[in-house]
Write a protein that binds this ligand. Structure first.
Ligand code: GLC
Ligand code: MG
Length: 534
């Protein structure tokens, strides 16, 4: 007898997918100009197929002056000639689908490029005009001399730029070339609904929503309350400094936008999705973005912000699972992306950093929900110390003291010296590659026992065969009998153990089906295993 009350399990593809992030400039270059492009990605799709991921997310490839490498969009419905054209986008989507890979594109709704026709029209128009009302222009304080409020740009310096010869300023939470839209103006919402449909009609499977916690600002644009220290809009800094007054982020109005978008995605069937990049303060505030009828996923950045610690990881896993379950959504996990130091380097760099990175990755891959992996982590790349004169990131040039170029260095595919077959010929890529990457190329690691690439392939294959279709139940064994530095949980008939402590611990019972490094009857430090229970 069938029990009709048992809910049909939600098996939509993205709920337990492994999604590979392609930083378009740095993945593969087809035309030898040193910058990765769409045809380059298409030609290298077999790498992703062999790796065993379910989908790729491609960072922005739309026409852009590239001040923030494409996150400054001048036209949302076309392709920058640097990366190809619409036909190249269609070819990429078609080839990916042939291989069974889904395609997620980046959507940047918080701001446009200052070269977007709307912003150019706003500059040409008068204060108070309909053109200016699509962005956030305001009169400066002190007779126009000072910015309208105390907000800082995420990239450093004030979040306002003055229009020359006028008392008017415009808001940009990022670079001055990225003016923030005024989402209280319905024209902005209409623009983005058209953009969603444009890409859905071309066959994309989903969207990664950039700065999804932005869009709306507190209407008054009041000062941020700060004690003693400088104000900041940088979400990572806000979390780390416990700054809780954030009039520029996470306003309740933003959720109406996602409810409208969810309806549009639904019109295209039940397998199109959207994932939010939302740097909110807590797992609960993040969960609001993935309530039923809103977005499908939100990146969970907690793990990526945590130090190497079994206790911290266990807490994050528990909080994440609880928050996702509270809204009936699938959790997500991510350890690296194009905005943060690679996790090999965060965990200490060198052999230790790599061992820890593989152990964390193997632990992550055993958890229910979607895992995001960032191009190059499957090769075990470290953060590169890009020399100051080669740095390109606006966060560096705005004097924020930070730069993100080190995780964006173009991938090594083959050969013994730069450009390591990143593109045809000897032309050098847009960021210099290290001279010692010979052993890290895809070709050098392919088929080599013990290589990071073969580890990732094996881990993804094991995940598919052992965990696909499994329920979301996780039993945390915390604190495990094995000691303080150990994280352990049970999922189905797998026991997952990560030793983040300083000494070896006895290996619990079970058959080792995946390990991130050598194990004997003991589990060494910086190592994780999956154990099958008989
Ligand atoms: C997001 C992107 C980052 C970009 C910023 C502004 O945080 O991940 O790379 O600089 O938004 O669009
Ligand atoms: Mg190119």
């Amino acid at each position: 007898m069938v029990d009709v009350n048992v809910p049909i399990p939600d098996r939509r593809w993205w709920r337990d997918a492994v999604i590979y992030q392609v930083y378009v400039r740095s993945f593969a270059d087809s035309d030898g100009d040193g910058v990765g492009d769409l045809a380059g990605i298409t030609a290298r799709l077999p790498h992703l197929d062999a790796l065993g991921v379910d989908a790729l997310w491609i960072t922005p490839f739309y026409p852009s002056p590239q001040h923030d490498h494409g996150y400054d969009v001048a036209d949302y419905c076309d392709v920058d000639p640097l990366f190809g054209d619409l036909a190249a986008a269609d070819a990429l989507i078609a080839r990916a689908h042939d291989l069974g890979l889904r395609v997620i594109v980046d959507l940047v709704p918080n701001h446009s490029s200052s070269e977007h026709p709307w912003f150019q029209a706003a500059l040409a128009a008068e204060p108070g005009s309909a053109e200016r009302d699509r962005y956030l222009f305001r009169t400066g304080r002190d007779g126009g001399e000072a910015p309208p409020n105390n907000w800082e740009s995420v990239f450093g310096g004030p979040a306002w730029t003055r229009i020359e010869g006028s008392d008017q300023w415009y808001l940009h939470l990022f670079d001055s070339s990225q003016p923030d839209f005024d989402w209280r103006n319905p024209e902005v919402g209409d623009l983005f609904e058209g953009i969603l449909r444009f890409w859905l009609d071309r066959g994309v499977d989903g969207f990664r929503v950039d700065v999804a916690h932005g869009l709306f600002k507190e209407k008054s644009l009041r000062d941020q309350e700060v004690d003693h220290e400088q104000p900041t809009s940088d979400a990572i800094e806000m979390v780390q400094r416990h700054v809780t007054d954030e009039p520029m982020w996470d306003q309740p109005e933003v959720h109406d936008v996602y409810r409208r978008w969810a309806k549009i995605l639904d019109e295209y069937g039940d397998d199109r999705m959207a994932v939010a990049e939302a740097w909110t303060q807590t797992a609960e505030s993040l969960a609001r973005f993935i309530r039923p009828g809103e977005l499908d996923q939100a990146f969970n950045f907690a793990w990526l912000l945590a130090d190497w610690s079994a206790t911290a990881f266990a807490e994050i896993i528990t909080d994440t699972l609880e928050a996702a379950a509270s809204v009936d959504a699938a959790p997500t996990w991510v350890l690296s992306n194009h905005d943060v130091t690679r996790h090999t380097t965060r965990y200490g760099g060198g052999a230790v950093g790599l061992a820890r990175a593989k152990a964390a990755t193997l632990t992550m891959l055993a958890l229910p929900g979607a895992s995001y992996i960032y191009a190059g982590e499957e090769l075990g790349l470290d953060e590169v110390d890009v020399p100051p004169e080669a740095r390109q990131d606006p966060t560096w040039h705005r004097g924020g003291g930070k730069f993100r170029d080190g995780c964006r260095v173009p991938l090594p595919w083959d050969g013994t010296e730069p450009p390591y077959a990143f593109g045809p010929g000897d032309g050098q890529p847009w960021l210099p590659q290290p001279l010692d990457w010979e052993e890290l190329t895809v070709a050098a690691q392919e088929g080599r026992a013990g290589s990071t690439l073969e580890f990732y392939r094996a881990a993804l294959a094991a995940r598919r065969s052992l965990l696909a279709g499994r329920g979301g139940d996780v039993e945390m064994l915390s604190p495990p009998d094995l000691g303080e530095g150990v994280l352990a949980f049970v999922r189905g008939d797998l026991t997952v153990v990560l030793n983040a402590g300083p000494t070896s611990v006895p290996l619990p019972a079970g058959q080792v089906v995946m390990a991130s490094g050598p194990v004997s009857s003991e589990l060494p430090p910086d190592t994780a295993v999956w154990l099958a229970q008989p």
